[in-house]
Write a protein of this length. Sequence first.
Length: 289
Amino acid sequence: MPVALTASDVWTERRRRVGELRVRQGFARQLLDFYGALLSVQESAYRDAAAASPPAASLASYVAEVVVPSVLDVSVSTGPERMRSDLMNRLESQDPRDIVERWIRNEDQPEVDRFLARASLGPVLEAAGAETRAACVGPHDARHCPDCGGPPQLSYFAQAQDDLATGPRFLLCARCGATWGYPRMTCAACGEDSSARLSIFSERGTTSGERGSLVRGLPHGGAPAAHHPALFPHMRVEACDSCMRYLLSVDLASDPQAVPVVDELAAIPLDLYARDRGLTKVTTNLMGF
């Protein structure tokens, strides 16, 4: 199992990783700066929710009244210009409570609505108990969160124990941030487990028994391909030919300093690489990639 972090550690680690990646990955700096500003609001929301313990029946109302205004403020002040205008336009005609409620009910939403709901509800669900998380709607199967029924946002390999080549694989929930174990070389979208139908794309290629290819053409500040290190040596695209869906995966053995939810957010070139091959992400991340 992953090592449990205290509440303080979780937010500190996310901020630390934002600071590291914004220096190393200039193409994602604007996004990371926005996410860094959002983290302060989310940490406050987490602590407030942990103290208030809002009941499941009033979850959407609590989030809309207590968290949405702060998320909206930071999004309008530091978010991308298009997001600012979209948020203001949507809130002229949409009740924030309804926006949050639709994410709780696992319904389709416009991208800007889903951002507002996820950014606001996420830290509250992270602080909530099992009963509150269980109030969310979603399948309760191996491919969905056992706590809230949400879809997986990403895959990651924990650091190995003993002499294992790689650690166990986990999925991380896009809605509440919970993690759960999941088999290696099995599609997180459809459950396909035939190696002939599963592909891995990474800058370091595949290992024995894996099907896939090298990722080439990522931005490296203009340096020739032969002279630059891998941008994402600890990450890969996990794709399925059966459903044409994919997830990004983070290997904590390759980079123990990685924070999966932050690293996945900043790996924009890998998402673009997958999309260029006709793949659709199981769940777009908070910023819509």
